[in-house]
Design a protein around this ligand. Structure first.
Ligand SMILES: C[S@@+](CC[C@H](N)C(=O)[O-])C[C@H]1O[C@@H](n2cnc3c(N)ncnc32)[C@H](O)[C@@H]1O
Length: 249
């Protein structure tokens, strides 16, 4: 796996340029983002009206797009990283180069706002949450997933995961992880009642994938044959969690 984090500071967005060739490799450095995108899209119902808009904050290369196919949304993606946005556009996402803390879109424009694996990368995540809620029309849906600000999360998502081929080294700065209770409170302040649930990769699928991935380590360009791990609910939000909530009003 390319190791952008060895030369750049943790969470430096330029890592996504160095890793640009990895986005759409199902077994590449961003493999877990594919599994998470599928699980996030499962929280999004079919559009309830024509021209419904889904704003995907921190969309990266648009990995959510295939999982939204047929649900009836216009998919607009906002991201800082131009190299990722170019790939998102090639997958049908209307790409907007911008910061999730100051989104150049109108209040109440979105039926759905998605923020997948974004908040733990944003130094002022509260500002990004305020923007997500501002973009939602009354009755609109916020879906997100992120990493909790706990010792267990820092151990599993940084120290252990960065030794495995599931997470690029240096991609996370654990100081930015998002306290789940503070996130719920912040959403409530902006009119969104967020409900959380813990998620994790299913263990048999993950072990099988890791074993196949290790066997193919000498051929990193090869695709790992076999099913991708599924993201499943778990009882604890202490590490990885999803949030889903509707804007009041
Ligand atoms: C871990 S990736 C997740 C990408 C995508 N949501 C997915 O799940 O495949 C984080 C993305 O957030 C983007 N990003 C980080 N900080 C951002 C900010 N302040 N505003 C917009 N995008 C940001 C990065 O460029 C990167 O594409």
């Amino acid at each position: 796996m390319p190791d952008a984090g060895r030369t750049l500071p943790r969470n430096d967005p330029r890592q996504y340029d160095d890793l640009a060739g990895e986005w759409w490799r199902p077994d590449g450095a961003f493999a877990m983002l594919h599994w998470l995108a599928e699980a996030r899209a499962a929280l999004v119902p079919p559009a309830s009206r024509p021209d419904a808009l889904l704003v995907d904050l921190g969309c990266g290369a648009g990995l959510l797009a295939p999982h939204l196919a047929g649900k009836g949304y216009r998919h607009v993606g906002v991201d800082l990283t131009r190299s990722a946005l170019a790939q998102a556009a090639a997958h049908g996402v209307a790409a907007v180069n911008g910061d999730a803390t100051a989104v150049p879109l109108a209040d109440g424009c979105a039926d759905v706002v998605a923020a997948g694996e974004l908040l733990e990368h944003v130094p002022d995540w509260r500002r990004a949450v305020a923007e997500a809620c501002r973009l939602l029309r009354p009755g609109g849906l916020l879906v997100l997933d992120t990493l909790n600000d706990t010792a267990l999360s820092r151990l599993l998502a940084v120290r252990i995961a960065e030794r495995l081929p599931t997470v690029p080294k240096g991609i996370h700065d654990p100081r930015l992880f998002v306290d789940a209770r503070a996130l719920v409170a912040e959403c409530a302040r902006h009119g969104v009642g967020l409900r959380l649930r813990g998620i994790r990769p299913g263990v048999p699928g993950l072990l099988g994938w890791l074993a196949r991935r290790m066997r193919g380590a000498d051929r990193p360009e090869a695709t790992v044959a076999g099913p991708a791990p599924r993201i499943v609910p778990t009882w604890s939000t202490a590490v990885l969690y999803q949030g889903r909530g509707t804007r009041s009003g």
